[in-house]
Ligand binder design. Structure first.
Ligand SMILES: Nc1ncnc2c1ncn2[C@@H]1O[C@H](COP(=O)(O)OP(=O)(O)OP(=O)(O)O)[C@@H](O)[C@H]1O
Ligand SMILES: [Mg+2]
Length: 476
């Protein structure tokens, strides 16, 4: 019910009960004739008191003017300072004159107070925080917001003010964030917390934690959005580490059991070879090859399970990459796959790492790339400077890509989609890269291709490595 539409002279009693905001009916001298419960609760005075008792000194003039003019003007809106809980607050008052009763009806809008209160409580947290804070009303209209939106979304906070909170929530994937459900939970439970993926305009995947809370007193909704990318990544990496450890223990016991019979098999095959004719030799060679393959798989399993210990040295990235490309070149040519190398990184960047292991990492990634492509595909290997002192080694293919579900699992031991694959390639890659102080990330698009980015700190070339540093490189 709005004030304008009410038949005031008949409905004063009804109005007093029905209106949810503080309301007072005063005579032209300011004496309170009637006040509703909200008014008494908010200002601590009621019937027979004078309204001036709760008006701050600097607003008394405005109040007197209003009482003088209202019988002519009939309707006015004034903003006055009022005394409230030992405080002074700005209140918007809608005033109406009821001619029949010669009474003034005053309706007090406290939302300005609420905003001020919020400003006091949240003021410094709001401005200085490294989270984005958004204050929206019951309808979802954004009333205020700090400037963090530029950092998080690359959009100025001014763009959002006055729009609905949906404009912010729509920035997240509708696959995971259902806006209606989100709002329903706030309405029903008063709060919600969720972590959502956000594709930043710079194409980086970020993870943001959104926490919304409804304040019953003010009926405002406070939403806090925090960059959670590093924590989420760390959690994902730890999850991989956990699975590597479990698999490692299992692998160690299996590998140990299988190694002995394999050694026996190998011995007898050599013996048989000495007396075999051409026909049998062919089969024995196949057995031999397969035994070698089994040994290779076993050593990969054991590598995942054991703490690694090897010596690091300064290695030239571009020489290393050229060596590896030479190794895969014949296979790529046979399969009509083009290899593109582009060492954008100027100069001769070096890494402090174990060369043999790094070669295996690159070979695994390049092998995966080749396996994902049809003839005519392109495998690109390039280096790029990243930040102040990091080098990115990028391996990109134009193969079949990896779907979203599989992408979450590719670093898990034994995950494979290839009939002849072991699924140990990428877990090896992840462990080795991390062991050597690097990070790995992957993006992929189905039908288009996959891109792995390895990032390592650049080493100073003239650095002399102490025995201590070499030994430090023993991981658990
Ligand atoms: N470049 C890529 N393109 C498409 N899918 C990939 C790519 N790299 C990895 N994958 C997917 O990840 C899975 C796991 O890879 P991983 O290297 O760990 O094992 P694998 O290649 O299947 O077996 P292995 O490396 O032991 O021969 C693959 O089976 C494949 O589904
Ligand atoms: Mg592989």
């Amino acid at each position: 019910m709005t004030l304008e539409k009410t038949q005031l002279n008949e409905d004063i009693q009804f109005l007093l009960k029905d209106v949810n905001k503080p309301l007072a009916v005063v005579d032209l001298s300011g004496t309170i004739y009637k006040a509703n419960h909200r008014f008494i609760e908010s200002f601590g005075i009621g019937q027979q008191s004078n309204i001036r008792d709760v008006i701050a000194e600097q607003s008394l003039l405005t109040m007197n003017d209003m009482l003088k003019q209202i019988s002519d003007k009939k309707r006015m809106t004034v903003e006055i300072q009022m005394k409230l809980h030992k405080d002074q607050c700005c209140v918007k008052v809608s005033v109406l004159y009821d001619e029949t009763a010669s009474k003034v009806i005053m309706l007090f809008d406290l939302s300005l107070i609420n905003k001020k209160r919020l400003d006091i409580h949240w003021g410094s947290a709001f401005i200085q925080s490294d989270s984005l804070f958004i204050i929206s009303d019951q309808e979802g209209i954004i009333k205020d917001m700090n400037e963090l939106s530029i950092e998080l979304f690359d959009i100025s906070h001014e763009y959002f003010i006055g729009k609905t909170i949906d404009h912010v929530l729509e920035l997240f994937s509708e696959k995971t964030l259902k806006i209606e459900k989100f709002k329903q939970q706030i309405a029903e439970e008063g709060h919600i917390e969720t972590i959502q993926q956000y594709i930043h305009p710079s194409e980086h995947i970020r993870y943001y934690k959104i926490a919304s809370f409804k304040d019953d007193e003010t009926n405002l909704i406070l939403t806090k959005i925090t960059d959670f990318t590093e924590k989420t990544m760390l959690k994902q990496q730890l999850a991989h580490k956990g699975s590597l450890l479990e698999v490692g223990q299992l692998a160690a016991s299996i590998a140990h059991e299988i190694r002995n019979p394999i050694t026996t098999l190998k011995g007898f095959t050599q013996l048989l070879k000495a007396t075999a004719n051409d026909e049998t030799l062919k089969y024995l060679n196949v057995i031999d090859d397969e035994i070698q393959r089994m040994e290779l798989i076993l050593s990969e399993m054991l590598f995942l399970s054991k703490p690694s210990s090897f010596e690091k040295e300064i290695i030239s990235v571009h020489t290393l990459l050229s060596d590896i490309i030479r190794v895969i070149y014949p296979k790529a040519t046979l399969e009509s796959i083009m290899i593109v190398q582009d060492f954008e990184f100027e100069g001769e960047p070096s890494l402090f790492a174990e060369e043999g292991k790094l070669k295996q990492v690159l070979l695994n990634l390049l092998k995966n790339g080749l396996e994902a492509m049809q003839p005519g595909g392109t495998l690109s290997i390039y280096t790029k400077k990243s930040g102040q002192n990091k080098i990115n080694i990028v391996i990109e293919d134009t193969g079949k890509g990896i779907d979203e579900n599989h992408l979450k699992q590719i670093f898990m031991p034994y995950f494979t989609t290839r009939s002849s694959g072991t699924g140990l390639g990428l877990p090896f890659v992840l462990k080795t890269v991390e062991d050597q102080g690097g990070t790995i990330s992957v993006t992929s698009e189905l039908g288009k291709g996959t891109k792995f980015i390895l990032s390592f700190p650049i080493a100073e070339k003239d650095k002399t490595i102490t025995e201590e540093e070499k030994k430090k490189f023993v991981t658990k």
